[in-house]
Ligand binder design. Structure first.
Ligand code: AMP
Length: 282
């Protein structure tokens, strides 16, 4: 595996590969790699000629300084995992390489409020930082296909708007959430859960499944209320449980038959914040 820490060296390398006609797949991550990330990379390897995985813990998307400090950074393990699946290129830059002094990396695109609801309401500024880094990384890695997870549902919707603003390149591929055998969505943050919170966290996927089963039988308000109560009963603190339009994320008040919705949840398990979602058809 080729490991790049310098931006120019990586951009040159990619430019040479593209001159040879290779299609580039890109998987941006913050590291502490797990099966969710590896699924994105292996799919990218099947669908493109050369895959770049990046590991960069982006300070500008953390609205909580403690969360940034505590974010796991097991670099040796990450490199070994990437090597074990045959990932060809890793980009692991410093903050200075991504945000060189004097370079204006700010970005302002019309999101119709997508960045202010749900995650945006509880993590102010998070999506500004996320957009800034994804936009910058897309400038550095001129990819043909970008791979992201459904786990971060709102993130991929916002990135899709970013791609529209960049003329539709790269193509965005969103892959399903990879879960632990008990249903918990795999996340780099899961390793910080205490054993009792780890056990209790399975309630998040269970309430999403209950919403999926209950839709059409109970009111959406009732389903959301029951979900919140169940999360609380397991010792977690729910921030939101919402049932939303799949594109605009507007809260659905009344069901319309044959329409797709998404149920999304965020909750604290101790000092670890967890999110999950499930697609629904009414
Ligand atoms: P992160 O390192 O958390 O920023 O995530 C990097 C990418 O991996 C994002 O596109 C995430 O949506 C995706 N991802 C994270 N967890 C999972 C998962 N359990 N299943 C699928 N994709 C995931």
């Amino acid at each position: 595996m080729k490991i790049f820490t310098r931006t120019l060296a990586l951009s040159d390398y990619i430019a040479r590969k593209k001159e040879q006609g290779q299609k580039v797949g890109f998987v941006p991550t913050m590291g502490a790699l797990h099966d969710g990330h590896l699924q994105l990379i292996t799919t990218a390897m099947e669908e493109t000629d050369m895959v770049v995985c990046s590991i960069f813990v982006n300070p500008s998307q953390f609205n909580d300084a403690q969360d940034l400090l505590r974010y796991p950074r097991p670099h040796d393990e990450d490199i070994a995992l990437l090597q074990s699946i045959g990932c060809p290129v890793l980009y692991m830059p410093s903050v200075m390489e991504v945000y060189p002094p004097g370079l204006d990396t700010s970005i302002d695109i019309e999101l119709d409020g997508l960045d202010r609801m749900l995650e945006g309401r509880f993590r102010p500024g998070h999506f500004d930082g996320m957009l800034e880094v994804v936009n910058r990384l897309l400038d550095i890695v001129s990819a043909d296909k970008l791979y992201m997870g459904q786990k971060d549902y709102q993130q991929q919707l916002i990135v899709s708007r970013l791609i529209d603003s960049r003329g539709g390149v790269p193509v965005l591929r969103v892959l399903p959430t990879v879960r632990e055998p008990d249903g918990l969505a795999i996340s780099s943050r899961n390793q910080r859960l205490s054993s009792s919170h780890r056990e209790a966290s399975t309630i998040l996927y269970k309430v999403l499944q209950s919403i999926k089963e209950g839709i059409g039988h109970q009111s959406l308000e009732q389903l959301k209320l029951t979900a919140k109560r169940q999360i609380e009963a397991h010792g977690l603190k729910p921030e939101y449980v919402e049932i939303c339009d799949v594109d605009t994320l507007a809260t659905i008040e009344d069901e319309v038959p044959n329409k797709d919705y998404v149920a999304l949840v965020a909750a604290w398990a101790g000092d670890v914040r967890l999110i999950d979602n499930i697609l629904l058809t009414v």
